[in-house]
Design a protein. Structure first.
Length: 114
């Protein structure tokens, strides 16, 4: 269906999406109930979702969608490479060039929890 195209399903993406969805749902219910603290709670969840997604991306739990080998499609595969066109990496002031050539394009499988 998608050929050799990874759709980018990651821990960062799913966590951020879930928190933002919960935030919008909370704010929507609070608006219908005229509950002002609920609006602030919902807005806080939306901001938390954006921050969580960004921080998880920077920790290696988010990756770009696009062509990559099937062995690297699993959501438990960490992406520790740099993304030169990534807004999140630029906002974090991540260096756009690799200072360690031995890690260039490195993708590692997550270690199982003990």
């Amino acid at each position: 269906m998608h050929g050799h195209h990874d759709m980018g399903h990651t821990v960062a993406g799913w966590t951020g999406s879930a928190l933002v969805f919960a935030g919008f749902t909370t704010a929507g219910v609070a608006m219908c109930a005229a509950w002002v603290p609920g609006l602030w709670l919902g807005a806080g969840l939306v901001v938390a979702g954006a921050l969580a997604s960004w921080l998880l991306h920077l920790a290696g739990w988010g990756k770009r969608s696009g062509p990559r080998p099937e062995a690297q499609w699993d959501w438990r595969v960490r992406d520790t490479s740099r993304h030169p066109d990534c807004l999140g990496c630029r906002l974090a002031a991540r260096p756009q060039t690799l200072d360690r050539p031995d890690r260039r394009g490195e993708l590692t499988a997550a270690q199982p929890a003990d």
